[in-house]
Design a protein around this ligand. Sequence first.
Ligand SMILES: Nc1ncnc2c1ncn2[C@@H]1O[C@H](COP(=O)(O)OP(=O)(O)O)[C@@H](O)[C@H]1O
Ligand SMILES: [Mg+2]
Length: 310
Amino acid sequence: MYGAATEARSDQLLAFAAFVQSASGATEVATGGERIQSLWGGYGELVRVRLVGASRATVVVKWARLPAHRFGESGASHERKCRSYDVETAFYERLSARCDDSCRVARSLGTRVRSGEWLLVLEDLDEAGFARRTREPRGPDLAACLGWLASFHARFLGQSAEANGLWTVGTYWHLATRQDELQSAARRDPTWPARAAALDEKLRAARFTTIVHGDAKPANFCFAANATSGAAVAAVDFQYTGGGPGIVDVAYLLHGASPEATAASLDVYFTQLRAVLPGAVDAAALEAEWRALFPVALADFDRFLAGWHR
Ligand SMILES: Nc1ncnc2c1ncn2[C@@H]1O[C@H](COP(=O)(O)OP(=O)(O)O)[C@@H](O)[C@H]1O
Ligand SMILES: [Mg+2]
């Protein structure tokens, strides 16, 4: 029925349809949903499901499930992946409703976690007006992404990621979960372990911390088809959301940009951030700290890349 990436059994498909139907309030869900894409590493898929008799025409379902041969598997990559779906579920259950138009996310209609299976029934952002994608946001699109990050970081400033079920340290490249990659980087350049530890320590020592998106690349933003009113952008993919200084999201988004473009984008980010920070926050101190951490965050991501391109 749904062209499963990892051979879903018929009982799984029936349970899937029943859950989507009840979460979305539909009288029926149409068979043959459109597969948007397979999830990374064959861990499931993302499907657009047509509804009958509901207030909305479609929902998007992120359906992650362990391939049968991976049950009981261990290893850093597998554990990181399973935890990432727990984290994304926690984000939608606990924090998504606190994100308004200034850091727009898909509404969560229902979540279900079983052993080795995660179902997230989400508002279809295309249907909500965010149908445009771009791999290289510039001008107003880039400003919208930076504004989204500024609002998100301001909103969750000082809040505990751990207490909300998220990664203690956000981002998919953070050092503690990337020891295999570090070893691989060290084989080519033995100075990496000491440098990596120093960079990580500086980021961990930040006085101003918040909840970071953790994978804020252009592909995880959905842009308004015509942004005349309301939000210009919405974000998806909260698998690596967790604690940290907000600037790590900005460094990742801007990684590879020219120095001039980077300087201009940082100004856009901090202008937007200052506009939405709570009055009690020492904005000057926060900006000074995060600006100083920007090159550290870039180098920390480079540390991951150095071990990833084997
Ligand atoms: N709720 C949604 N509405 C519309 N499109 C979505 C929604 N969720 C995800 N997408 C689209 O599907 C893509 C993949 O989803 P994502 O959650 O990022 O999965 P992955 O973990 O495989 O990257 C996104 O980049 C986005 O274009
Ligand atoms: Mg994604």
